[in-house]
Design a protein around this ligand. Structure first.
Ligand code: PMP
Length: 401
């Protein structure tokens, strides 16, 4: 039999491994910044596939590009040139403002993009890679080793040797850790899964200076911050630095599985044929989606919109002056609403009941990472609803606020 006898919650939990503690909202359709569940309820999607659906759902440019590509040629083999991937790589290097010495290797996910970066670091011949506490870099064994969140790592010991974690945002700790054995330092410009914690002012610039002086590579994991999320194509542009390697995924494919590891200068030439690869990485259909994403962001002035809207939302939430709100972290459309009590799960549940999808990224932080095309009106509806959502969450949770 192909099908199921189960209904509702029981069915959604039956055949898939429960890796995400999914609350059982089955989303069946999306358009723009809205999604609909299997019962026909509409939600404003402030999670955006977790920072992924930069152009929202079913964007006409992505639909057209993907449809045309799949009807032309979907996939060949890495033995032959994939012109769509070439075009996307050129476009990426163009928006990154990088010259001819930079190169791209595509993947299917952020974890894989970080695996590529990790492998490039190994090819320097130096043994040590430095990452930070609180960082999230993926769940494959290499990217999990780089991840600085013990509950995610510990069940899978022994992990990959040669990785050291230091406190995030601490320049002195970074300076003390980097030495002649250091191949690379990998940083998230904003800790995403760690709770939307931006690097302190000057940290990325100091990391650039420290790694350059030591002859180590600086890798920025821009899987969450890249492709316009912060109101610039990449976070490193806001910091005014160029990393040796940066990794992308999430927004890059506009909802299709696509990641990239971009390397600059000497790092761009470390891989030789046979060192690395993956069957589907940069697949023509996904690459066509990526091109549509980049072209639409550029043509529609989306970066400017993201900067302005992010400021409006943050200011609007701060102005609510609600006792459960401690403040707002982040910039652009990657915002963390810090709570004065660890009830983000109840907030996400109350929000969904009122038609808003938000993410309880940490117990005391609600993450907003909506489509970059979210309108002022839609954002305003959420901000206006937030006090009621918080009151409901507090009423449903036995905590003092
Ligand atoms: N790096 C960062 C910064 C991420 O936020 C994530 C995903 N949350 C990853 C890497 C892993 O990406 P993926 O899930 O596509 O493997």
């Amino acid at each position: 039999m192909i099908g199921s006898n189960l209904d509702g919650q029981a069915r959604w939990k039956s055949a898939l491994m429960d890796n995400y503690g999914t609350p059982g909202i089955a989303l069946v359709r999306g358009e723009g910044s809205y999604v609909w569940d299997a019962d026909g309820n509409r939600y404003l999607d402030l999670v955006g596939g977790i920072a992924t659906n930069v152009l929202g759902h079913a964007h006409p440019a992505v639909v057209a590009a993907v449809s045309a590509q799949i009807a032309t040629i979907a996939h060949t083999s890495n033995l032959y040139v994939n012109p769509v991937a070439v075009e996307l790589a050129e476009a990426l290097l163009g928006v990154a403002g990088l010259d001819g010495s930079a190169k791209v290797v595509f993947s299917n996910s952020g974890a894989e993009a970080n695996e590529a970066a990790f492998k490039l670091a190994r090819l320097t011949g130096r043994p040590k890679v430095i990452a930070t506490h609180g960082a999230f870099h993926g769940r494959t064994m290499g990217s999990l080793t780089l991840t600085g969140q013990p509950p995610k790592r510990e069940p899978f010991q022994p992990l990959v040797p040669g990785v050291e974690h230091i406190p995030f945002g601490d320049v002195a700790a970074l300076r003390a850790a980097v030495d002649a054995d250091t191949a690379a330092v990998i940083l998230e410009p904003v800790l995403g899964e760690g709770g939307v914690v931006p690097a302190p002012d000057g940290y990325l610039q100091a990391a650039r200076e420290i790694t350059s002086t030591a002859g180590a590579l600086l890798i920025l994991d821009e899987v969450q911050t890249g492709i316009g999320r912060l109101g610039s194509w990449f976070a490193f542009q806001q910091a005014g630095i160029t990393p040796d390697i940066f990794t992308l995924a999430k927004g890059l494919g506009g909802g299709l599985p696509l990641g990239a590891c971009v390397a600059v200068g000497v790092a761009a030439d470390l891989f030789a044929p046979g060192h690395h690869g993956t069957t589907f990485g940069g697949n023509a259909v996904c690459a066509a989606a990526g091109l549509a994403v980049l072209r639409t962001i550029a043509a529609d002035g989306i970066l400017e919109h993201v900067s302005a809207l992010g400021k409006d939302i943050a200011a609007g939430i701060e102005e609510l002056d609600h006792p459960l709100i401690a403040g707002v972290r982040g910039n652009g459309l990657l915002l963390g609403v810090a709570l004065t009590a660890p009830i983000s799960g109840a907030v996400a549940t109350a929000a969904a009941a009122k038609g808003f999808l938000v993410n309880n990224v940490q117990a005391d932080t609600v993450r907003l990472a909506p489509p970059l095309i979210l309108t002022e009106e839609q954002a305003g509806e959420f901000v206006a609803a937030l006090p009621g959502i918080l009151d409901t969450a507090a009423a449903n949770t036995p905590v003092e606020v």
